[in-house]
Design a protein around this ligand. Sequence first.
Ligand SMILES: *[C@@H]1O[C@H](CO)[C@@H](O)[C@H](O)[C@H]1NC(C)=O
Ligand SMILES: *[C@@H]1O[C@H](CO)[C@@H](O)[C@H](O)[C@H]1NC(C)=O
Ligand SMILES: *[C@@H]1O[C@H](CO)[C@@H](O)[C@H](O)[C@H]1NC(C)=O
Ligand SMILES: CC(=O)N[C@H]1CO[C@H](CO)[C@@H](O)[C@@H]1O
Length: 778
Amino acid sequence: MGDKGFVSLVCFAFFIVFVHLAKGDLSYSIAEEMKPRSVIGNVAKDLGYDLKTLSSRRARVDFEGKMKRLCEMNLSTGDLITSDRLDRENLCGKRPTCVLKVDLLMDSPLELHRVNLHLEDVNDNSPKFKKNLIEMEIWESAEKGSRFSIEEAHDADIGQNAVQRYILQKNDNMILSVDNNKVELVLETKLDREKQKELNLLLTALDGGSPQRSGTVVIHVTVLDANDNAPVFSQSVYKASLPENSPLDTLVITVSATDADEGINGEVTYDFGHVSDDNINVFSINSKSGEIKVSGLIDFEETSSFEIKLEAKDGLGLTSYAKLLVDVTDKNDNAPAIYVKSLTNPIPENVSPGTEVGIINVQDRDSEKNRQVRCSLQQGVPFKLVPSIKNYYSVVSTGQLDREVVSDYNITITATDEGSPPLSSSKSLHLSVADINDNPPVFEEESYSAYVSENNKAGSTLCSVTARDPDWRQNGTVIYSLLAAEVNGAPVSSYVSVNGDTGVIHAVRSFDYEQLRSFKVQLMARDNGSPPLSSNVSVSVFISDVNDNPPQILYPAPEGNSFMTELVPKAAHGGSLVSKVIAVDADSGQNAWLSYQIVKSTDPGLFTIGVHSGEIRTQRDISETDSMKQTLIVSVKDNGQPSLSATCSMYLLISDNLAEVPELKDISYDEKNSKLTSYLIIALVSVSTFFLTFIIIILGVKFCHRRKPRLLFDGAVTIPGAYLPPNYADVDGTGTLRSTYNYDAYLTTGSRTSDFKFVSSYNDNTLPADFPCFQTPV
Ligand SMILES: *[C@@H]1O[C@H](CO)[C@@H](O)[C@H](O)[C@H]1NC(C)=O
Ligand SMILES: *[C@@H]1O[C@H](CO)[C@@H](O)[C@H](O)[C@H]1NC(C)=O
Ligand SMILES: *[C@@H]1O[C@H](CO)[C@@H](O)[C@H](O)[C@H]1NC(C)=O
Ligand SMILES: CC(=O)N[C@H]1CO[C@H](CO)[C@@H](O)[C@@H]1O
């Protein structure tokens, strides 16, 4: 400072003193920024001084004021040279012309020359922006033509060397507008943040120097978001396939929509668009994630596909839509259903095999294979299924039905579909078989026998018959009836009757074994069907004997009727047959089995009677002491239960001559000795003969009607004036009488052995009054 200040002070002093001494001015032009010691101009030559003079006069440069030393003199060359680098911008700033005034002083004499140094601008400065990077934020919603100012570039140079123009790097959106050094970016195409979030624009400022210099700045434009984008679904139509019956929360599909916007503008929420009432709860959508899940029942049979509108909305309510098509795939979840369309029930048992008795229809709500249904019927029933049109089947009988064997069938129809796993269902039909009157009543026995004791009460039960008819109701209701016939010339209905409902056979009258031993009736069992069916059976009625006839004593004649006296020779030895009691019994068998007994006698030791023969024999020789008149009271008893008996008196005369007994003469039947007796006998015989003739005529008439006479006296020839019981049955024991006795003739001649056989084959005591008929032994 001291040195510089001193020089300035000296220069100033000389200027004051020698100012008028100055001779002409020097002017030089010099480009700025020359190297130090560059020659500005030759002062010696320009002033016309030789170098010696200059040197001797100490030519030197002086500066006004406190100016920095800019130039100096090289006295050895006379050149004015720069002493430092000259920066026009530093020395003159923005002034258009830069003139440095330098004084040239010489001594002895003092001489002053003004030297004007025109410092010329050199393009040594580049245009310069304040920052290398300009940050800008522009809303993407900015309208076209919007202007955004940019700070201009600065160039220290002047004139042409200063900033002349700007160039904006080519871009899609912005152009440059420079007006009066005001630099603006003009939005020519709207920004789209979603396409380009930021722009980097290179702005170059150029000066007019040569060589040209430039400066650049990067303009970083951040595009601010505006909600100008609706969310966009990734697909306009989503397709998903879902098995039916998918459980809740099954993920169907995840939809997504993107929103190019940022922040809340890009926050997408999902929802369904309009949903029909039916499907309202079937699906749910997660509004954040776009996951669509099952929230209800998916039933293929209800809805096989869904079309759902999807809606995506961003934070500020821009919405877009897509569609979701959900195809539901079928699962075999429906068993086939069996419907009975028609059924003949009950089925008449006489339908021929192959008759259609019903029609069924099967349906399956599933689809495709899952609805293919096979139908079957269980084995073991006389029915089968015959496929008809589509899903119809006929139930057809395969065999002859018989209600009496199987009256109803439970048939089970099973339908199975072809899904996997297959589902099946079954239906039971109850088929009844209706009756047809195809069975006649059948008697339990081939024939019946009834046994009844004689003297039964009219109306008593003989037996009962039963016929079975397996048909139904009236077709199986059996009615019994008698077939018209005759028994002994009288209609059978006068003998027996049958209860039409119960088959119990009653006697209509009391039977007499002695008149009728058996007969046969034909019964018919008829059902109530239409037409009725019937069958016949024969019932044999056997009447058994009852001890209802007491023994009839034929000889000796009953007391009071006659006097019959047997003569017993006085010389009779013990054991001689003296007489015989002859008795008959109309009954048969045991009831006619007679036994004889002496119940009273004059001399009990003298006579005995054969128990079964009735023969009266002497027990010992007759002695003289024996009473001449002997009376025996003989009782004849049959073997019935209870037994019946008869008694008679036998008068015996122990004498060789009837005449010896005077008291007997009157009553003797010796015709020679008693006229009265003869008359009596004649009268008796006449009456008896008449009576016998009468009986024979009657019997004869009967023989003409009946081939098998039942009268037992068919062989009777003569009856000696005695009472003969009608139809007596038998006489037991045929003893031998001496030929002198002519009453042999009283003995029966017919053999009754067959009757005995029959009677012995059963015991009538064991036969109850009301008993079922016996089957006749074959
Ligand atoms: C048929 O089924 C019914 C009811 O289940 C039963 O009462 C009847 O006895 C059955 N009939 C046959 C023939 O199985
Ligand atoms: C009896 O059989 C006839 C055919 O023979 C039939 O028409 C009728 O219905 C049957 N009656 C009953 C009650 O089953
Ligand atoms: C049963 O007898 C009656 C009368 O003789 C006859 O009409 C009918 O055909 C007979 N019935 C049978 C099944 O023999
Ligand atoms: C003081 C000074 O700069 N002198 C120079 C003058 O010029 C001659 C020739 O060019 C140089 O040799 C001197 O050094």
